[in-house]
Design a protein around this ligand. Structure first.
Ligand code: ADP
Length: 300
């Protein structure tokens, strides 16, 4: 657990090392660099990678998990629906869906200096430092290993080439699904997203109707409205404002699009253009993944 201790020291508000992180966060926020946060040499990425390797190695105890040993990754712009389809596949395949965005939001809900500094990054549409995200993911994988999890569907990781290189060094990713959606739908989907503060379910109040033309089909995505039990408990993510979504899209194009190329070169990338809402897209995605046989147990 060396790196956890080290990161704890680095991120603890009671140690001088916090100044490294504070200045890193301030630099990241004030940086106009299109390349996003640069690495602070004081934070040891190698150790974070070693911790990830440890948490990714197979458990020595017999696995009680019925899940299959998939190591899949979902890529795609903010609002594309990574969470929706990763979560459906996770149910279908019996492997956990691990979304680094959720891990970050859990961390942000705690109080403290680190949390408020990270909030500044996230709420401005910036990425959090590679070391931090790798440490969060390591802890999640370690906890999963103890429960006997043997595979996972990652959503939102890797998001930089550095993260992809580190992941490739510790696990053989089988498949990377790159979800794509017309750009004009992405902003509307983020702005329409609503979350039930009680059960965490995701809904969308946007009604997207993009006319066809030039060989393109019309795209219609009806709203996904909450059931009465969630209606009064809906919240909006703090980073789902127009300005921040535009920044997240810009950051995606700069920092994460190269990750698509990283996996394309390795023959692991499956491009999947979403044809519309869940009823049209889900069966097509299952066909693209040759999972039609598993369809019986899929949620429609
Ligand atoms: P999105 O809807 O933009 O795909 P996520 O819910 O996946 O958003 O992530 C929310 C925020 O959490 C990101 O904007 C970023 O600040 C942070 N984050 C999540 N995953 C990563 C990662 N792999 N690397 C760096 N930052 C991340």
């Amino acid at each position: 657990m060396a790196v956890v201790h080290r990161l704890f020291r680095l991120f603890s508000p009671f140690t001088p090392a916090k100044n490294n992180l504070s200045s890193f966060l301030i630099r990241s926020l004030s940086s106009s660099s299109p390349h996003g946060p640069s690495l602070d040499p004081e934070i040891d990425l190698k150790e974070a990678a070693a911790e990830l390797e440890k948490s990714s190695s197979p458990s020595s105890s017999p696995s009680p998990s019925k899940g299959r040993n998939f190591h899949w990754v979902f890529l795609g712009c903010p609002g594309v629906g990574k969470g929706t389809y990763a979560s459906r596949l996770s149910t279908l395949l019996g492997v956990p869906h691990i979304a680094t965005g959720d891990l970050v939001r859990e961390e942000l809900s705690s109080s403290g200096l680190l949390s408020s500094q990270l909030k500044e990054l996230v709420n401005h549409g910036k990425l959090v430092p590679d070391e931090f995200i790798i440490s969060l993911l390591s802890k999640r994988l370690e906890a999963g290993k103890e429960k006997g999890e043997s595979g996972y569907i990652l959503d939102g990781f890797p998001r930089t080439v550095t993260q992809a290189e580190i992941l490739e060094g510790v696990i053989n990713v089988d498949l990377v699904i790159n979800l794509k959606l017309k750009e004009e739908a992405l902003l509307a989907k983020c702005l329409g997203r609503r979350i039930c503060s009680e059960c965490g379910a995701n809904y969308n109040v946007a009604c997207i109707d993009i006319k066809g033309g030039d060989g393109d089909d019309r795209m219609y995505m009806p709203p996904l409205l909450p059931p009465p039990k969630c209606e009064s408990k809906l919240i909006t993510r703090a980073d789902d404002t127009e300005e921040v979504v535009k920044e997240r899209l810009r950051v995606y194009n700069k920092m994460t699009q190269p990750v698509e190329e990283f996996y394309r070169k390795r023959g692991k990338l499956l491009e999947f253009e979403l044809p519309g809402g869940i009823p049209q897209s889900w069966p097509k995605l299952l066909r693209a993944l040759h999972l039609e046989d598993d369809k019986q147990s899929a949620i429609a």
